[in-house]
Design a binder for this molecule. Structure first.
Ligand SMILES: Nc1nc2c(ncn2[C@@H]2O[C@H](COP(=O)(O)OP(=O)(O)OP(=O)(O)O)[C@@H](O)[C@H]2O)c(=O)[nH]1
Ligand SMILES: [Mg+2]
Length: 280
């Protein structure tokens, strides 16, 4: 069996660690083995069993409390991630111990890490050289997506991450359970967006919109023409929704194509049926 990995990315608080924990719980029911590696040196709390933890290599406090470095929280985080990519043999050792190689990498939420500095690309390249089939999983909080201007800004962040990593990429609209009824009704427009129309509605009657109409039109055309960015909805209270997301990512990394058939469960231990979507 090959090695498979998800790089779980997204802005601060977008739900990355919760997503990892939900996928682990979901896979337990499916009897699928999935491990999580915490790569957030500033993490304080996560409720999944951790296979490896960057804080054993370097902790954000190491960078902030060091007399010579004196970093603040943001510079400290970048320092730690650069330290990680200079010491990737630590990660290689941790990963060598895993038997079933399907790993979720829970990453920090500082957006510069994905858009401005090369550490994520270096990490992804290294994992691929260790035979990982990788998928970038980019989470954005649904509450920050259901307005045209926020949507475009989120979309461009996701796009810039996708372009810089050059690996299969899935965008997720997370925390759907927190949307109001009114916002839920608007959801279809954002899941299958016509960016030009969205922007025109938001900006056409404003001074800004008038001045930057050409720019907005070009941006919308680029996103539409290339179908570059789509979001998958994720409602953690709905197992089908978690399953759909997982099937999508599995197919992006071709997981499941060479799997051995699994033994069926005894009837008494059967849990609620969830279609794994994988032909066994
Ligand atoms: N209702 C709801 N709350 C969520 C969901 N996902 C995350 N949360 C909450 O949002 C907050 C942030 O979630 P985390 O999973 O820690 O987010 P994160 O992206 O790992 O955050 P950082 O690592 O700090 O960047 C927590 O209070 C979670 O309980 C969701 O799908 N639904
Ligand atoms: Mg987290």
């Amino acid at each position: 069996m090959g090695r498979y990995g998800q790089l779980v990315m997204g802005p601060a608080g977008s739900g990355k660690s919760t997503y990892c924990s939900n996928i682990v719980k979901h896979c337990e029911v499916l009897r699928r083995s999935v491990q999580v590696v915490n790569l957030d040196p500033a993490a304080e709390h996560f409720d999944y069993p951790v296979h490896a933890d960057i804080r054993e290599l370097i902790h954000i406090d190491d960078a902030m409390e060091d007399e010579a470095l004196h970093f603040g929280p943001n510079g400290g985080l970048i320092f730690c991630m650069e330290y990680l990519v200079q010491n990737l043999d630590w990660l290689e050792e941790q990963l060598d111990e895993v038997e079933d190689d399907y790993i979720l990498f829970d990453l920090p939420g500082q957006i510069e890490l994905y858009t401005h500095i090369p550490v994520m690309r270096q990490l992804a390249d290294k994992l691929q050289s260790w035979n990982f089939n990788l998928c970038g999983v980019f989470l954005l909080d649904a509450q920050f997506l259901v307005e045209p201007s926020k949507f475009v800004s989120g979309m461009l962040t996701a796009l810039s991450t996708m372009v810089s990593l050059e690996i299969p990429h899935v965008n997720i609209m997370a925390k759907l359970d927190l949307l109001s009824k009114k916002d839920k009704k608007k959801l279809d427009r954002y899941l299958d967006p016509d960016v030009g129309t969205l922007l025109a509605e938001e900006f056409d009657d404003t001074k800004f919109g008038h001045r930057y109409k050409a720019l907005n039109t070009a941006m919308a055309a680029m996103i539409d023409d290339f179908s570059l960015v789509r979001f998958l909805p994720l409602d953690p209270t709905d197992e089908d929704s978690i399953n759909d997301v997982l099937i999508h990512i599995d197919s992006a990394i071709q997981y499941g194509e060479n799997l051995e058939p699994r033994e069926p469960r005894e009837p008494e231990e059967q849990e609620p049926e969830i279609d794994s979507g994988i032909d066994t």
